[in-house]
Design a protein around this ligand. Structure first.
Ligand SMILES: [Zn+2]
Length: 109
């Protein structure tokens, strides 16, 4: 019987969700929580990378450089890439550890 269409049990909270389990097999509530946490934690390595880069510019006297704007733009790009990679990695880390989703997340209609 598949009158309700595709359903799946969330791998994290066991909530039965309608629709396609997708790549991760977790429900929208869990997925949102994992994304939130990985985004929050992803800022840590990005800030560290930015601070290191800033320190490196200062240490090498790049602030005197005519190409300062280029270095700043490059730094911003590096921070962004670090953030994107960190968030992607953390998504898997957080997902593997699991999130404790409050029961009221699974609202019954
Ligand atoms: Zn879930």
């Amino acid at each position: 019987m598949s009158d309700a269409g595709e359903t799946f049990d969330c791998r994290m909270c066991g909530h039965v969700e309608k629709g396609d389990p997708g790549y991760h097999g977790i429900c929208a509530g869990c997925r949102g929580e994992v994304v939130r946490r990985s985004t929050r934690w992803g800022t840590v390595p990005a800030v560290v990378a930015g601070a290191l880069y800033f320190w490196m510019l200062a240490a090498t006297g790049m602030f005197e450089s005519r190409f300062l704007m280029v270095w700043v733009a490059l730094g911003a790009a590096i921070v962004w890439v670090v953030f994107k990679i960190a968030r992607r990695v953390l998504f898997d880390v957080v997902r593997a550890r699991g999130v404790r989703v409050r029961m009221n997340k699974a609202k019954k209609a």
